[in-house]
Every structure is written in C-alpha cells, then in structure tokens.
Write a protein that binds this ligand. Structure first.
Ligand code: ADP
Ligand code: MG
Length: 621
C-alpha cells in the first residue's frame, strides 16, 4: 500500500525561493484562508481586519454579487437570493436539499441541485466558487500573485461526489488544488500533535452545519486517522432552528410569517445562542416586517434542555467511531475541539464527560482548520519547516467492493482503510469461452449488492476464449489522496484493460451512510445466511454447466445406466439452484458430484492419454 510521503529531506528554502500556497477552510457557515509566513501559520485578514468570511453570497438583480458579511447584513430582506450554508448542497440532489429543511427555490437538475435566483439558476459549485474567489483575492492581496495552489479542507465524511464538487468549485475560482484535506486532520496538524506524545487523539468538530469526529493515532511522528464518524447535517444551525421553533410556537400567527420574518428569527436565535456561551440569560429580539417587536427571554438552562438531544447525537457518533477503532474513551490521550459551536459550554462539558478529560481549546476553534491546512499547503508547495517530517493518512468512510456471482459483494477495500490505498484481487470467468466480464463497483457494508450503493458499472471486453475458471482478471481499486476511486480490470494473458474513475453523479446523504452502517450490524446474521445460500446456488449453477459441457464432449464414456443416473442428478441440481433452502441446494450439489465422480475420473484418464499419445517419455521430463 502506498502511503502519502509528504516530507523531503533538506533545508527550508530561502525566503525568495519560497513558493506561496494557502490553506482554505471552506466552511458551511464561515470560510477562512491562511498561509505560513515567517515559519508560522496565520489567518489572512480582510481589508478591515476580519478573519472570517461568512459563507454567504447574495445575487442582485443588476447582475452584481455580494459575498460575506455584506451579503449576511441584508439576508433578511432578500432570503431567496442570499445563499447561505451552500456546502450542505454540494454534490446533492434537489430532493436531498429539500430534505435538509432549507428554504430556497430548489431546481431539479441532473446530478446536482440548482438554486433559482434573480440571476437565474446557480449550482452549489458556482456559489462556493464565489466564496473561494473572494478568499483567493484576499490571498493575492496579502502574498502577491505567485500563488502556487491551495489545500482545501472538507469534512471527513464527504463522499466522492461532495469532494469532486469542492474541487470543481476551486478550479472555477482559478485555484490550483494541491489536495483536499479532511478538516479534523488539519486541526490535529494545527495543534502540532505530531510533536505530542504518541497515542490516540480525538477531534470533535461542531461547526455551523456539519459535525465530524475523528480518531487519530500518532506513532513515531506519523498520523493515522483510524476511524471517522459524523453527520454532514448537524451543526450550530440545528440548535438555532430549535430555538426558533420554540419562539415561533409561543407566538400566535407565526405559521403565517413571511420568509423574511423567519430568516430574521433565525438570525436572532443564533445571536442569542452565541451570547448564551458567555451569559446565563438572554433574549431573542427582532422585528417583524409589520413592525411588531419580538422579545423572547431564554436562559442557558432552558437552552440546554433543548440542546440535549442534538448533543447526544454527536456523542453517539463519537462512541461509534471509538467502537470502529476498537477503543475505549479512556484510551484517548487528548481531545481537540474545533468549530465555533464548541464554544457552547454544554458541548465542552458533555465531551469532557465522555472522554473523562478536559478537551483542548487553546487555539481559536474557528481558525484551527485553516491553520492546519496552511501548514499542509506549505509542505506540498515544497517549503519545509525545520524538523518537519510527518506523514499524513486519511481513511475512507464506507467499504468499496465488486459484485460477484449470485449478487454478492466481494469487499476489496474495507471501510476505515487509510488512503491513498491500492488493492488488487484476481477474478476469473464463469463460462467456457466467456469473452466479456461486467464489473459493478459498489459501496457499503452489506453482503448483498442490492443492499449496497451502486457506484459504477463497466465492461471488460475481448477476453481471449478460455475454459471457465482459466482466465485471470486482475481488478485494481485505487483511492487517491483526495478519496477519489479508480477501478481497473486487466486480463493478465492478453493485457486487455478497461477502467473507470468513479465520480458519482449524486452524493450519499449522512442518513444513508448511518443507515447503511446500522443495517450492516443489525442484518449481519441474515446477510451471512443469504451469502451462504447465494454461494451454494452459484456452486450448483457452476456444476450444472460443467457437467453439461462434459456430457457434450465425452458422453461415450458412460453406459446407459450411468448416463440415466447422471441425467437425473443433473435435472435435480438444475431445479435446486433456484431454491431458497440452502440445505436442499447443498444436497443436490453433493448428489450430482457423487453421481459424476467416476465419470470425471474416466475423463481425466482419457485426456492424459490424449496428451501423452505420440510423445516419448524423454519429452516429459
Ligand atoms: P463551519 O465549519 O460550519 O463553517 P464554524 O466553525 O465557523 O462553522 O462555526 C460556526 C458556528 O459556530 C455557528 O453555528 C455559530 O453560531 C457558532 N458559534 C460561533 N461563536 C459561538 C459562540 N460564542 N457560542 C456558540 N456558538 C458559536
Ligand atoms: Mg468548520
């Protein structure tokens, strides 16, 4: 397996030789850009000295566009043309976007949702590219024009479609993507954990719209992400929504409010929640369009009652990630807190209780990810700080495999394997003279293809004619550093090859991932039984085919009584291969193989004799 070797021996280059690369945290709520200058990573500020760029884009009727704070300032006036939290729609379909509860004019489009605005339809990729372009402008203003590229962070749970959409957005913004980096891994780098004591660390990242938890192992200065979990539809926004619901429920007529009024309520709810991180009492205050002033008191204690179920969901993800890594909370040496929403005292308390220790909160939780990405970008651009020699590993969230006979899944790369990774396995043909093989790539934890997600299909054609089982077809799965999958099938004797790069047209929602993982556990017994049955059925089919071929070639070796016996067993096995009773299928296979045992021996003798005829003993040695 190829690990990603980032470091190279040698001195840090002289300042004038330094290549400039930036790290970008493209957040659901806020985005940042950071760079290593004078050996330290720092967040680049806008012209008024602000670090955060709210991930908001407003489209104006005159064709102009406003990004960041200016877009946020007017969002209540023009909610349907002010796009916030667009990261939630990256690589998603319109139905998935609607299911998120967000209120935009979603347009069904092939592959990915589009949003209707006053400037026409825009895709989430375009909206994200406007945010990235703003950060790129900030970077060139601070560093000059020779930007070699950027490392862009994504939640560890992002699937291939979401990662690809992020890359596309960066390209559209004119950025050269050095690589995509998982956010929790970036945070660990920012904390300099590679210099810390060896052992296991956890990263808990609660942002505005996404939750990520990662378990990292540090060995000899090498990071390995040994498990990940999370929810790309859980963050500060959801806590805001709970507060907003509570306020709306207490006010008559709220169900008839305009979009603007609802947006104003959400903005006020968030402000109140953020104040509650420092204060114990506050109020949600805002004005309705008709001039009515709303002023609804909320205490921290009341908020924490509302928040409890969401906190519990994050803890469940953390426990599951620990389970995946076969670890106990007490095995964790340190817990890194990331994301603005980890400022909520209830979060720090709950995480502290789960891991039995005070979480690390020294660095600004908004900036950690961007700072780590900047360190990584600096390394990839070829600038190495003295003493830097670490490697970086990431993992894939769901197993990748192939469909085999009987609709079964052959797992090639198990979930939580570190990437980049390449695995190959040999397959063979099922029928004599088979000239094509269809390859079906699936993702998931279940034994049956029907319960997994289909990623791609392709065919390997032109296999030279051979008897069943003689062809050797090597299928290679390769996941690159960005988590994108390439699958190649190659017939070994002729060298013919076919391949596919998986760039799924739509993403997999977190609910689906969670369901797929949960099902794989709850259905494990049923799956094992189903696998046994399918394997038995495939064996029956294979045996029936090969006995038929043998009869066609060498029936003269049999007397009529033997022939009748074989025909009977063959008929029974042919019927049995469709039965759902594993024992019945097994019995029929056994009967047919018993009935043909002496026939097989005689065929063997004959073929040896044929092979030997006309050859001298000397030739055989
Ligand atoms: P993202 O990674 O999704 O862009 P951030 O890490 O920037 O998100 O976090 C944004 C979230 O942090 C928002 O939900 C915001 O309300 C929340 N947040 C910021 N400051 C505070 C605070 N003082 N108390 C509670 N939540 C906060
Ligand atoms: Mg974040």
């Amino acid at each position: 397996m190829a690990l990603l070797q980032i470091s190279e021996p040698g001195e840090s280059p002289a300042p004038h030789e330094r290549k400039l690369a930036v790290g970008i945290d493209l957040g659901t709520t806020n985005s940042l850009v950071a760079a290593v200058r004078s050996s330290v990573p720092e967040v680049l500020l806008d012209e008024t000295g602000r670090a955060l760029l709210p991930s908001a884009v407003r489209y104006l009727p005159d064709g102009a566009m406003v990004v960041g704070y200016d877009a946020l300032a007017t969002q209540a006036e023009d909610p349907s043309n002010t796009i916030v939290s667009v990261k939630r729609f990256m690589g998603r379909t319109a139905d998935e976007a609607r299911a998120s509860g967000a209120r935009y004019d979603f347009v069904d489009a092939p592959g990915m949702v589009r949003l209707q605005t006053v400037q026409g339809e825009v895709s989430p990729i375009e909206v994200s590219s406007h945010i990235l372009a703003q950060l790129r402008a900030r970077a060139t203003a601070a560093l000059g024009d020779d930007l070699v590229g950027a490392v862009i962070t994504v939640p560890a749970y992002f699937d291939d479609a979401q990662r690809q959409a992020t890359r596309d957005a960066a390209r559209l913004a004119g950025l050269n993507v050095l690589r995509l980096l998982n956010e929790p891994t970036a945070a660990a780098i920012a904390y300099g954990l590679e210099n810390a004591a060896e052992g296991v660390y956890a990263v808990y990242d609660l942002g505005g719209g996404t939750f990520d938890v990662s378990i990292l192992r540090l060995t000899k200065g090498v990071f390995e992400v040994i498990a990940t979990g999370g929810d790309t539809a859980l963050g500060g926004d959801d806590f805001d929504a709970l507060i907003a619901e509570r306020v709306a429920a207490s006010l008559p007529g709220a169900d008839r409010w305009s979009r603007q009024d609802r947006r104003a309520l959400t903005v006020a709810a968030r402000a109140a929640r953020e104040r509650l991180s420092a204060e114990t009492h506050t109020a949600i205050t805002f004005q309705l369009q008709d001039g009515t002033q709303v002023d609804s008191p909320l205490s921290r204690a009341q908020f924490e009652v509302l928040a409890e179920p969401l906190i519990e969901r994050t803890l469940a993800c953390a426990r599951r990630a620990l389970r995946d890594a076969a670890l106990q909370p007490a095995d964790v040496k340190g817990v890194v807190m990331v994301g603005g929403a980890t400022r909520m005292p209830i979060v720090r308390r709950a995480v502290g209780e789960l891991f039995g220790q005070t979480p690390l909160t020294d660095l600004d939780p908004d900036q950690v990810v961007a700072l780590g990405a900047a360190l990584q970008a600096n390394l990839l651009a070829g600038n190495r700080l003295p003493g830097e020699d670490w490697l970086l590993l990431d993992v894939i969230p769901l197993s990748l495999g192939l469909e085999t006979m009987g609709g079964l899944v052959e797992r090639i790369i198990p979930r939580n394997s570190t990437i980049p990774v390449a695995r190959a396995q040999e397959f063979t043909t099922f029928k004599d003279g088979q000239s094509a093989m269809s390859i079906h790539v699936v993702q998931g934890e279940r034994e049956l293809v029907s319960a997994c997600r289909s990623l791609a299909r392709f065919e390997l054609r032109g296999i030279p004619p051979m008897v069943a089982g003689a062809a050797r077809i090597r299928v290679t799965f390769q996941v690159d550093a960005d988590g994108l999958l390439g699958v190649t099938a190659r017939e070994q004797s002729s060298g013919i090859e076919a391949s596919v790069v998986v760039k799924p047209s739509y993403g997999l929602s977190d609910d689906e991932i969670t369901r797929m993982l949960a099902d794989s556990i709850s259905q494990a017994d049923a799956d094992a039984r189903a696998r046994m049955l399918r394997e038995q059925q495939v064996e029956a089919r294979q045996l029936v085919e090969s006995v038929r071929a043998a009869l066609a070639a060498d029936a003269d070796l049999l007397d009529p009584r033997e022939r009748a016996e074989i025909d009977g067993a063959l008929q029974a096995a042919d019927t049995a291969q469709h039965r759902e009773d594993v024992e019945a299928v097994r019995a029929a296979v056994q009967a047919l193989s018993d009935a043909t045992a002496s026939f097989a021996a005689r065929r063997m003798d004959r073929s040896i004799r044929t092979a030997l005829s006309g050859r001298k003993l000397d030739d055989l040695t």
